[in-house]
Each structure stands twice: as structure tokens, then as C-alpha cells.
Design a protein around this ligand. Structure first.
Ligand code: NAD
Length: 292
């Protein structure tokens, strides 16, 4: 199964990072979103991030130009049907993802591999809505994609060995490292990380510490590069809440109950960095200011 062309659904923070690393590794990339503005923004973010790599001598100006030339965009989802590998990286909502796969299926080549970058949703359930559960798996990148080394590869119950091996070869060509996870809610990274973030939000909610004291404690006391609340803002609070809900529903254990304060921030539209405000306010010129 030779993979040369890649379709990416969703041009948000993950989709543009995924397009960036595939184009740099020599794959032809077709990036899709429902909004032209997001596609335009994604191209300029990718270009800015490639420029940063050029200025740090990580890549040459020619490599940057070649990578940009390999990325095309489209608002028409069926255009992705002729690619060898599709990575769905749209909003973390099962109904959204299901609709995308249902719309794609009639337009796919027989051998196209379907994958989702979902942080938590059942790969087996998403696969069951397609015509090819054996050619479906989880391809979970970490944020920011050009910097983070790990890719979690998640096998659905029906995923065949050929598909898994083809995706593993892709991870290797990207110069990244794969970890294999079985298909249970939130897989490995978020099964461990998200309850820690949720507990940090409970710590804030119960008044044990302020935003700054919680983040400083984990940075200096546990040697984490980012505090948990800073990290939650970076991931997106809507995504954090969606993952906690999947853990809570899927494992039916009260220890995964999403913190009501997380729900309140999401209801306010304070989703973190991507909306300018979350546990910190990023809208000013100076350092982010804690919102509690
Ligand atoms: P985001 O909100 O930045 O971007 C989502 C994009 O999907 C938006 O541009 C939106 O317009 C687009 N979209 C929505 N519906 C669509 C549709 N029907 N067709 C095409 N595009 C559509 O979200 P994100 O942080 O990039 O997350 C995307 C996926 O990656 C989610 O499944 C998330 O769980 C997963 N993920 C996120 C992180 C993270 O740290 N943010 C890390 C790993 C995986």
C-alpha cells in the first residue's frame, strides 16, 4: 500500500500542523474545511511556522517552498476521495465526524485508508459507519504537530495488519515515533493527561489554589514544561470537555466527571488560546493574565 497523497479534513490547529509535517516529508496534501477563511488562515499559519524552521536552520528555503507547493486546499470534501490516506481532524464531536465519513465513502478509491485524529472517540464505532472498517484506524497526533514527536496509532477491532503497517511506515517517514494503543476511551495519552487537567480545574474550582499557583506548582514541583491550566488553554477547553465526557460516558466511573468550572468556561465561549481567553486572557500585548 504505497501512500503518496494525503487528504486532511479540518484545517484548525491540528489540521494545519498535520498538513505541515506531511508536506515537509514529501507527501502531496489536500486540505479541506467547511470555511474558506480557515483554509486561508491555515496556509498562512503553515507558512509562518515553516519560516520559523528556516530561521532556525532546521529546513532550507527550498524545502519550505517545496512543502508549500505540495499543499492544496478545497471546500469540497469528495475531492479527497482520490487520495491514498485520509486523516480526519475536524471538531471533536462524534456526529460531525460520522457525517464526514458518511459523505466521503461514496467517493473513495477502493484502497484509500481512512483515519481519524480524534483524541477520544471510539475508532471502532467511527469505522462501523464506513464501508471499510478493516482499512480504518486512529492516527492521533499531538499538539503542536511539527514539534511533538509522538503519534498514537489506534487499532479498531476490525483494523487489518496491512493498514496498521502502512500507517506505521507513514509515521516513520514523518520522522516521528509511534505508540500503539487499543481502542478504549481516550486511548493512552488522554486517558492519563485529561484527568490530571480536570483535577487541576477542580483544584481551582474548590479554591485550593489560583490559576498561577496551580500552574507554578506543577511546573516547578513536578517539572512539567507547562502548567495544566496553561496546557488546557493550549489544547482548547471545548476539546478537553469533549474528552472528559467521552471518558465519563465510556468508562462510567465518577472519577471522570468533568469539572463544572470547565463546563462553565466552555459555555462562556472561553475556549483558551484559540478564542483569546480561557484560564488566561491572551488578548493584551503583554503576558497572559489569569482569569481567576
Ligand atoms: P479546531 O477547533 O482548531 O479545528 C477544527 C476544524 O474543523 C475547524 O477549522 C472547523 O471549521 C473544521 N470543521 C468542522 N466541521 C467540519 C466538517 N464537517 N468538515 C471539514 N472541516 C470541519 O480543533 P483542533 O484542536 O484542530 O482539533 C481537531 C481534532 O484533533 C479533534 O478531533 C481533536 O480532538 C483532535 N486533537 C486535538 C488536539 C489538541 O491539542 N487541540 C490534539 C490531538 C488531537
Amino acid at each position: 500500500m504505497a501512500i503518496e497523497t494525503v487528504g486532511i479534513v479540518g484545517a484548525g490547529q491540528m489540521g494545519n500542523g498535520i498538513a505541515h509535517v506531511f508536506a515537509l516529508a514529501g507527501y502531496d496534501v489536500l486540505l479541506n474545511d467547511v470555511q474558506q477563511d480557515n483554509l486561508t488562515a491555515a496556509r498562512s499559519i503553515i507558512e509562518g511556522n515553516l519560516d520559523r524552521q528556516v530561521s532556525r536552520d532546521k529546513i532550507t528555503t527550498q524545502e519550505k517552498a517545496d512543502a508549500m507547493a505540495r499543499i492544496s486546499t478545497t471546500l469540497t470534501l469528495p475531492d479527497l476521495g482520490q487520495t491514498d490516506l485520509i486523516i480526519e481532524a475536524a471538531t471533536e464531536r462524534e456526529t460531525v465526524k460520522q457525517a464526514i465519513f458518511e459523505d466521503l465513502v461514496p467517493h473513495l478509491k477502493p484502497n484509500t485508508i481512512l483515519t481519524s485524529n480524534t483524541s477520544s472517540i471510539s475508532i471502532t464505532r467511527l469505522a462501523s459507519r464506513t464501508d471499510r472498517p478493516e482499512k480504518f484506524m486512529g492516527f492521533h497526533f499531538m499538539n503542536p504537530v511539527p514539534i511533538m514527536q509522538l503519534v498514537e496509532l489506534i487499532r479498531g477491532i476490525a483494523t487489518d495488519k496491512e493498514t496498521f503497517d502502512a500507517c506505521l511506515a507513514v509515521v516513520e517517514r514523518l520522522g516521528k515515533t509511534a505508540a500503539t494503543a487499543e481502542d478504549f476511551p481516550a486511548f493512552i495519552v488522554n486517558r492519563i493527561l485529561m484527568p490530571m487537567i480536570n483535577e487541576a480545574i477542580y483544584t481551582l474550582y474548590e479554591g485550593v489554589g489560583s490559576v498561577r499557583s496551580i500552574d507554578t506548582s506543577l511546573k516547578l514541583g513536578a517539572n512539567h514544561p507547562m502548567g495544566p491550566l496553561e496546557l488546557a488553554d493550549f489544547i482548547g477547553l471545548d476539546t478537553c470537555l469533549a474528552i472528559m465526557n467521552v471518558l465519563h460516558d465510556g468508562l462510567a466511573d465518577t472519577k471522570y466527571r468533568p469539572c463544572p468550572l470547565l463546563t462553565k468556561y466552555v459555555e462562556a465561549g472561553w475556549l483558551g488560546r484559540k478564542t483569546g481567553r480561557g484560564f488566561y486572557d491572551y488578548r493584551g500585548d503583554g503576558d497572559p493574565v489569569p482569569t481567576r
